[in-house]
Design a protein around this ligand. Sequence first.
Ligand code: OAD
Length: 237
Amino acid sequence: MTQFRNIVILTGAGVSAESGIDTFRDGGGLWERHRVDDVATPEAFARDPGLVQRFYDMRRAAIQEKVPNAAHMALARLDQAWPKKGMGRTVTLVTQNVDDLHERAGASVIHMHGEHLKAWCTLCDTRSHWRGPLIDGPPCPACGARALRPDVVWFGEMPYHMDRIHAALRSADLFVSIGTSGAVYPAAGFVQSARDLGARTLELNLEPSQGSRWFHETRLGPASELVPEWVEEMLAG
Ligand code: OAD
């Protein structure tokens, strides 16, 4: 494993599942109980902002009661220890998750689908840290306008930080996907990009993802077991 220098890790809802945060597409997942078109598109927000705000208010409150699990802790350990193993080694952790469990575990993370704990003012474009509800239309801390929305990426919107992510993929020699179904692009396409660019590709997931065939190696099991094992391998090598 020490032949690797630059690692890009993509995480999805499966990494937070054992912290008690619902995934989207597993049996009983969020998208079985709520229609994407009702709560996760700009059109839904324009049509019924109250319904959308209530949905995200509930999720924002719920994640604050959860704590990082062994997978988050192991990734934070890798993030901190890997650069110390040799000059120029990098770990880029990219998450589709909008919870804050990676950073609470101590990792630095790129949130490509936004963050539950931020509100975005659609008038002045400021993003503010936010823990409470948005349903009552509180004023933007920067401009005072009552125009805040959840700072999460909805279907039909462009994910964040794509330039940084593509730059990291270009220099990656190992791409690792953890706890994601591979159903949502552009994240689902990162494995192909990384592989085309010469990286080795590894999947850690409860079951084979939709893009499983693109991975050189797939390990199946719960993230809280697979991720610490893999991190130990990386740091031991
Ligand atoms: P999904 O719900 O689509 O997939 C979760 C994946 O995690 C599945 O492949 C599960 O098998 C796996 N999984 C579940 N529990 C696990 C565990 N304990 N250990 C390891 N793996 C486990 O979630 P995502 O792939 O993250 O986007 O979904 C991608 C995007 O779709 C989300 O970011 C969200 C959603 O719609 C937006 O809202 C824009």
